[in-house]
Design a protein around this ligand. Structure first.
Ligand code: BGC
Length: 347
């Protein structure tokens, strides 16, 4: 484990980076600002290592990280329609930071604040955040814990836990952008995606699920057989055009509560392959349509739209407003846990 001072926030808090390593050969760097994943170094089939997640060159860029590079998004990932929800008969108003909707918990999210480092080992790090009642508009004093572990099997395992003193929303996700050819290799669209989902959630023009599920069959969102994103990403299919490319929640064909294979990404050139496992019912495939042109990335490399792809495990977006969807609710006094695993190997 290697800890380094990177700089200070605008409020003069110290920001440290922590590098950990797994016995299988992968390495990762995190920082206490946002419990953010800054780098993830993975070998290719010849043993050549590359950092395969997008990130900024400068610490200051993370203070206005509207792309959510490397973010640990909590308490709620993705959108809540009209930035409003009702729980136990009470209506809560959230920030409208995405048109009329709430995105990734609002304009002052936990991924842009300092977390406590509760524990750090050679291959694992645990961050905690004590969220106060009504912070960001969400009820409950909640202790949020996230542990990142690099296992001997070259997995990045993320264990989340939320314990609140009131019923509240708990739907954390990781917003890392992956590019298995390397963060500085260009478009990710030729890499092959497979998703264990025969349906996705229909969205309105604001990318908020309507409550309907659509069969992927015959649509560009059919990833039940591995395929590259490039050929259909700009297809005129309405659901795709509305989102300006892949930016959809897939209704996974898995059993909620059981850690199961949800998706994979494969780069035939380097041989790097990533599998995604979750115990949640949904996953957002987001291919970076909104990456701003010429974002200054690590090493000064300039990122463009679609240079990385996110696999955000989650409850279906806006589920709190759609009773037929599984509810992203943590009950008062009951610790709610969820796990995501990104597993790396070569093929
Ligand atoms: C959303 C995108 C949004 C992005 C922000 C994704 O989770 O689905 O619509 O633009 O986060 O970087």
């Amino acid at each position: 484990m290697e800890k380094k001072l990177w700089g200070t926030t605008r409020e003069n808090e110290e920001v440290y980076t922590y590098e950990i390593a797994g016995a299988g050969g992968i390495r990762a760097t995190f920082m206490n600002y946002g419990a953010n994943l800054l780098s993830l170094t993975v070998p290719d089939r010849d043993g050549n290592e590359k950092d395969i997640v997008l990130g900024y060159e400068k610490l200051e860029s993370y203070f206005d990280n509207d792309l959510y590079f490397g973010c640990c998004v909590a308490p709620n990932g993705n959108r809540i329609g009209d930035a409003r929800f009702t729980l136990n008969g009470k209506t809560y108003e959230l920030d409208k930071n995405d048109g009329e909707n709430n995105l990734h918990s609002g304009s002052d999210p936990l991924c842009m604040r300092i977390w406590d480092v509760a524990d750090v080992k050679d291959n694992a790090i645990t961050f905690t955040y004590d969220k106060k009642d009504m912070d960001m508009g969400f009820p409950g004093n909640m202790k949020i814990t996230v542990t990142f572990t690099l296992t001997p099997d070259n997995e990045l395992r993320i264990d989340y836990s939320g314990l609140s003193d009131q019923d509240t929303i708990f739907n954390p996700t990781n917003h890392s952008y992956f590019n298995l050819a390397g963060h500085d290799s260009g478009s990710v669209l030729d890499q092959l995606v497979w998703i264990n989902a025969s349906r996705f959630t229909e969205t309105d023009a604001g990318s908020v699920p309507t409550g309907n599920l659509i069969d992927v069959k015959g649509t560009p969102l059919d990833f039940t057989k591995e395929k590259p994103m490039a050929p259909e990403v700009d297809d005129t299919y309405e659901q795709l055009a509305l989102a300006k490319g892949y930016d959809h929640n897939f209704a996974l064909d898995i059993t909620e509560g059981e850690l199961s294979l949800a998706a994979s990404l494969y780069d035939p050139k380097s041989g790097r392959k990533m599998e995604v496992y979750t115990d949640l019912p949904g996953m957002q495939l987001y291919c970076g349509n909104y990456i701003h042109p010429n974002v200054v990335g690590k090493g000064g490399f300039l990122y463009q739209p679609r240079y990385g792809v996110c696999f955000e495990t989650q409850y279906y977006p806006n589920a709190i407003n759609i009773p037929s969807f599984s509810q992203p609710v943590a009950k008062a006094g009951v610790e709610k846990k969820t796990t995501t695993v990104y597993r790396f190997f070569t093929a």
